[in-house]
Ligand binder design. Structure first.
Ligand SMILES: [Zn+2]
Length: 428
C-alpha cells in the first residue's frame, strides 16, 4: 500500500507565506482544509493557448487547462496504478464533459455499489477529481474575489485532489445510499460535497503535487525542482508557467527513456503473455494466447457516416496527451474529435501501452482490423464477469468484425496480436 506523507512543516510555512502574499486573513491554516461552495465543472470551456497564469487571469473555468490536468492525472495513475482509479460509466451516472472521473479504489468501489443498488435513481456529478493546477486557479480566484469563488483550499489541501471527494447536485436523494457506504455529507456549508471516510480511506495527499513536479522536471531538465509532493513557492512558480495545453512529454509510467511513440520504430515485439489475471483496477499483462472478449465503446463514425457519441463513455482517451504530443491528434482537438478521427482504436492501455497497434481478428469469419490503443480499461470488475481478458474496441471496429455493437455478456471472442507501428489502421 502506497502511503503519502502529510504536508511537511516547511510546506505549511510556505502556505502561510502564500496567504500573506495573497492578502488573505492571517488565520493559521490546518492541513485538513475543506473547500466551501465550489464551481461545478459542467462546462467544456475552450482550452487556453497560454500558460496556467494566463488561463487563470482570463477565464473562470478550470476546463481552460484541461489537457495539463489530464497529464497530471495520467502521471498519478502511473504512480499509484491500483489505488487511484477510473470511475466506470454506469447507466444512472451522469457527469459533465469536464468532470474528471477518478477516485481512490475503495471510494470508487462503494460509489459503484451505491449506483448499482439504486438503478432507477440518477446521480448527477458536478465535480469529482481536481488537480493541483486546478486548485491553484480556484485559490487565486478566491483571493482575487473573482469568478464567484468564496472558499477554496490551498493547493495540495483539497480532498478533491486526493480522490476522496465528490460533489453531487442535487445531493439529497443520494445521501442515505452514500452515507451507508462510508461517505460523509459535508453539510449546508457546501451542500454538494461528500467526503469518503469509509474502509481504506487513505489520503494520498500530495500525490497530485508530486505528479506535477515529475512532469515539470521531465520537460525542464535544466530547471528541476524537488519531487517531494509538497506545495510551496517552487512548485507554485512552475505551475504558473506551465502550458494549459500540457507539456510536450506527458505521463510515461516509468519509462522516461522514450515516452513518445515513434512511427519509425521497428515492429513492437509480441508480448509473451500470462494466464488471465486482473486484480487491481485494470489488467496489466497481455493474456497468453491472445484471446479476449470484445466490447464496443467510445465515440466513432460508422461506415455509413453515422456518428456514435457513446453516452456511457466520456470519449476522452486516457492517452490523449500522448496522442496530441505525438501528432496523432491535433493539439486543439477535443477527446471526442480525436477518437472519431482515429476511429479504429482500442482500450487496454495498461496491457499494451498507449499508441500500440493491434490486429484484432474474429476467428469464425477470419475478419480482422488494425486498431490503435488509446484508452484505459476495461475495469477488472468487468473482466471478472467473464473470467477472461476483455478488449474494448471502437464501434467502427466492432461494426466491421461483428456487424454492430457487442457487449461483454455476449462473449464475442477475438484474437489480439501486437503489430508494427507503421501498419495502417482500418479493416484488413
Ligand atoms: Zn466538493
Amino acid at each position: 500500500m502506497l502511503l503519502r506523507s502529510t504536508l511537511s512543516l516547511a510546506a505549511l510555512a510556505s502556505v502561510a507565506a502564500l496567504l500573506a502574499w495573497g492578502c488573505a486573513p492571517a488565520s493559521p491554516e490546518d492541513d485538513q482544509e475543506l473547500d466551501g461552495e465550489e464551481p461545478t465543472e459542467e462546462t467544456d470551456a475552450p482550452v487556453s493557448n497560454g500558460n496556467v497564469e494566463q488561463a487563470m487571469s482570463s477565464t473562470c473555468s478550470t476546463a481552460s487547462i484541461k489537457p495539463l490536468s489530464q497529464q497530471i492525472i495520467d502521471e498519478m495513475k502511473c504512480m499509484a496504478p491500483n489505488q487511484f482509479v477510473d470511475v466506470p460509466s454506469r447507466p444512472n451516472l451522469v457527469m459533465g464533459e469536464a468532470v474528471f472521473p477518478y477516485l481512490i479504489k475503495p471510494a470508487r468501489d462503494r460509489l459503484v455499489q451505491a449506483l448499482d443498488a439504486n438503478p432507477n435513481k440518477t446521480m448527477n456529478v458536478a465535480s469529482m477529481f481536481r488537480t493541483v493546477a486546478q486548485q491553484y486557479m480556484l485559490r487565486r480566484w478566491k483571493e482575487q474575489g473573482r469568478c464567484g469563488i468564496k472558499a477554496a483550499a490551498t493547493p495540495g489541501n483539497s480532498n478533491h485532489e486526493t480522490g476522496l471527494a465528490i460533489d453531487l447536485s442535487p445531493n439529497s436523494s443520494w445521501r442515505s445510499a452514500l452515507e451507508s457506504r462510508g461517505y460523509d455529507w459535508f453539510g449546508s456549508g457546501d451542500p454538494p460535497h461528500f467526503d469518503y471516510f469509509g474502509p481504506g480511506a487513505v489520503s494520498q495527499k500530495g500525490l497530485d503535487v508530486e505528479a506535477f513536479q515529475r512532469l515539470w522536471n521531465r520537460n525542464n531538465p535544466n530547471d528541476k525542482i524537488d519531487e517531494d509532493g509538497a506545495w510551496g513557492p517552487q512548485t507554485q512558480s512552475r505551475i504558473k508557467k506551465s502550458p494549459a495545453k500540457g507539456f510536450p512529454i506527458g505521463a510515461t509510467c516509468g519509462s522516461d527513456a522514450d515516452p513518445q511513440p515513434d512511427p519509425q520504430d521497428d515492429p513492437t515485439p509480441q508480448p509473451q503473455g500470462e494466464p488471465w489475471s486482473c486484480d487491481g483496477s485494470t489488467g496489466t499483462t497481455p493474456v497468453e494466447g491472445g484471446e479476449y472478449v470484445a466490447t464496443s465503446f467510445g465515440c466513432s463514425v460508422l461506415e455509413d457516416g453515422t456518428v456514435i457519441s457513446d453516452p456511457g463513455d466520456n470519449c476522452i482517451p486516457a492517452c490523449f496527451s500522448q496522442l496530441k504530443s505525438s501528432g496523432v491528434c491535433s493539439s486543439s482537438s477535443s477527446g471526442a474529435t480525436c477518437e472519431k478521427q482515429i476511429n479504429w482504436y482500442a482500450a487496454d492501455r495498461d496491457r499494451f501501452g498507449c499508441g500500440t497497434k493491434l490486429r484484432v481478428t474474429e476467428p469464425s469469419s477470419g475478419k480482422s482490423a488494425i486498431v490503435m490503443v488509446i484508452d484505459a480499461g476495461p475495469a477488472c470488475w468487468v473482466e471478472e464477469t467473464v473470467d477472461m481478458g476483455v478488449v474494448d474496441l471502437s464501434y467502427r471496429a466492432t461494426e466491421h468484425l461483428f456487424g454492430g455493437q457487442v457487449g461483454v455478456s455476449e462473449k464475442q471472442m477475438v484474437k489480439v496480436e501486437v503489430v508494427s507501428a507503421d501498419t495502417p489502421l482500418g479493416p484488413q
